[in-house]
Design a protein around this ligand. Structure first.
Ligand SMILES: [Zn+2]
Length: 342
């Protein structure tokens, strides 16, 4: 089987205070990402209980009067695109306003403001809001590619709420077009190309086929999107992949593809709400032109703060060791999420 699931088990020996200090072994597993080989330490959190529902009502009201994306401030104070790039200075498509990002991640870095409402709970995101936001972001990326073909590396990103690094409550996507690859793209593009050369098929179709057969991490399908939980999680909670198996560039996606994506995303949002998760990072990665072995895929990573201190869901392992720590087994999470796809 070409997709390799590499794993090593380790144990720490202790004298257990809960069992009269008798010897006990605490297990942990180190998995390797099936594409890049990146390490994830998987360790069932020993003191876990259901998260309390976070309350952002104070932050929502406090930020409303100073929000840069609420009217009329968004018209008066937002930066505009130079006329040689976008003549109108801003892009208004599908009822979504796209403006330059004051804090760019790349030469072309924008904000797509999804709604006039300052705050939207995840279960209130309608198909129209998400699909129109994606179509407007895609239109921005298409304009970039026509204007400056050197900007080859495209993505649409979303930080939702402060635990995910969101500094503005008002919901917005962040489309980015870069000259150079970020580390994720560099690693996954190289590995995906090697896989294709070695096996004669794309990694992405083999991954979907293999996970579907195994059934342990395969969540389901919504039209052209296959959903699965990543074997080696990239966060305390497993990360969730949505793969457009037949699409290379994000520019190839149609409104129907985005509707298929929303169909799955809305189910994940219901799972999150039922488990009191509200915050997440999301990225839709795109194959650069000429890279036929790569597929458009989206990755969603849940984010949260541990009660009662509001502790971050990342520590020295992610910050300084460059590994991931996952505290729920992907197979267990898949079993829970799958119920929402029936
Ligand atoms: Zn606002």
């Amino acid at each position: 089987m070409p997709i390799k699931f590499k794993s090593s088990m380790f144990h720490q020996k202790i004298l257990d205070p809960n069992n009269n200090f008798q010897p006990a072994l605490i297990p942990l597993e180190v998995r390797r990402d099936t594409l890049t080989g990146h390490a994830a330490v998987i360790q069932e959190f020993r003191f876990r209980s259901k998260m309390p529902k976070p309350d952002y009502s104070f932050l929502i009201e406090k930020t409303r009067p100073i929000c840069p994306f609420c009217s009329p401030g968004v018209d008066e104070n937002s930066p505009r695109f130079p006329p040689e790039f976008i003549k109108e200075g801003k892009l208004e498509k599908y009822g979504v306003l796209v403006i330059p990002n004051f804090n760019p991640y790349a030469t072309y870095s924008a904000i797509s403001i999804l709604s006039r409402n300052h705050f939207t709970e995840i279960t209130q995101f309608s198909e129209n809001i998400i699909v129109n936001g994606l179509l407007a972001s895609q239109e921005y990326l298409r304009r970039v590619r026509s204007f400056d073909p050197k900007a080859r590396y495209l993505s649409v990103n979303w930080n939702y709420l402060p635990p995910a690094g969101g500094s503005v409550i008002h919901p917005h996507f962040q489309p980015v077009a870069a000259y150079i690859r970020n580390t994720y793209m560099k690693e996954t593009l190289s590995a995906s190309k090697r896989y294709m050369l070695r096996n004669g098929v794309t990694y992405w179709s083999d991954l979907v086929k293999t996970e579907k057969e195994k059934g342990e991490r395969f969540i389901g399908e919504t039209g052209g999107v296959s959903w699965l939980v990543n074997y080696a999680g990239r966060g305390r909670e497993p990360d969730i992949l949505g793969i457009f198996e037949k699409k290379g560039s994000i520019l190839e996606l149609t409104a129907a593809d985005f509707k298929d994506y929303f169909n799955g995303l809305s189910r994940i949002f219901r799972y999150m709400t039922d488990n009191n998760y509200m915050s997440f990072n999301l990225c839709i990665y795109s194959a650069p032109a000429g890279q036929d072995h790569y597929r458009t895929h989206a990755r969603l990573r849940l984010r949260f703060q541990f009660p009662i201190l509001g502790t971050a869901d990342a520590c020295f392992i992610e910050a300084l060791h460059d590994d991931f720590l996952c505290q729920t087994f992907p197979e267990a999470a898949c079993g829970e999420i799958k119920k929402y796809f029936i």
